[in-house]
Write a protein that binds this ligand. Structure first.
Ligand code: SF4
Length: 189
């Protein structure tokens, strides 16, 4: 099985989730967020095709990483290979974060392409940073996200309760921005 990536893996990242992480950059994204900093990752035909087993071998060889992060592009346009990668990472006791331009509600409640595979992929993800990047909501004070409409979601809690659950460590940050900007952000707290 192959996965289309934007570039090689980034090791030792401290900005794509908690702790020292290895980032896997998916190629392909059609969200077209205004102000996107990764435009070269949009084309679904560009990037590099990598064998998933080779990626898993690379992950096995990692040292001192807390986890892996699926980013892009948007990894949710290629759920099948990322299921295999995320599942392997979990079996190595690595945690899995993922970024998407979709909203969690799209996965849970809408009839989107590859829904079954996407729901299966979510079984192997601990934390999801969801939502499009919105340039007018950008802040450099935010943890692990570019704009304050994006949410750091506890995936297991969300699925268990069938209700969006913000990762509890960042609830205050989410509330702070909600108050500061005086607007409703559909947080299920
Ligand atoms: S989801 Fe990410 S890669 Fe895709 S357009 Fe938005 S910011 Fe860019």
């Amino acid at each position: 099985m192959f996965v289309r990536l934007a570039c090689e893996l980034t090791k030792d990242s401290i900005v794509d989730g908690e702790g020292l992480r290895t980032v896997i950059w998916a190629q392909g994204c059609s969200h077209n967020c205004r102000g996107c900093h990764n435009k070269s990752t949009h084309d679904f035909n560009k990037g590099i095709l990598r064998n998933v087993d080779d990626i898993i071998d690379e992950i096995k060889a990692l040292r001192l990483q807390k986890g892996i992060t699926l980013s892009g592009g948007d990894p949710f346009f290629q759920p099948k290979p990322f299921i295999k990668i995320a599942k392997a990472a979990k079996s190595m006791n690595l945690d899995v974060w993922a970024y998407t331009g979709f909203k969690m509600e799209d996965f849970l409640y809408k009839n989107i392409d590859n829904k079954e595979d996407i729901l299966n992929l979510l079984n192997y993800i601990d934390i999801l940073v969801d939502g499009k990047y919105e340039d007018d909501k950008r802040s450099i004070e935010l943890s692990f996200r570019g704009s304050y409409n994006q949410r750091i979601i506890d995936v297991k809690k969300t699925i268990k309760n069938n209700n969006i659950a913000i990762y509890d460590k960042y609830i205050n940050e989410h509330i702070g921005f909600e108050n500061k900007n005086n607007q409703f952000m559909n947080l299920a707290l």
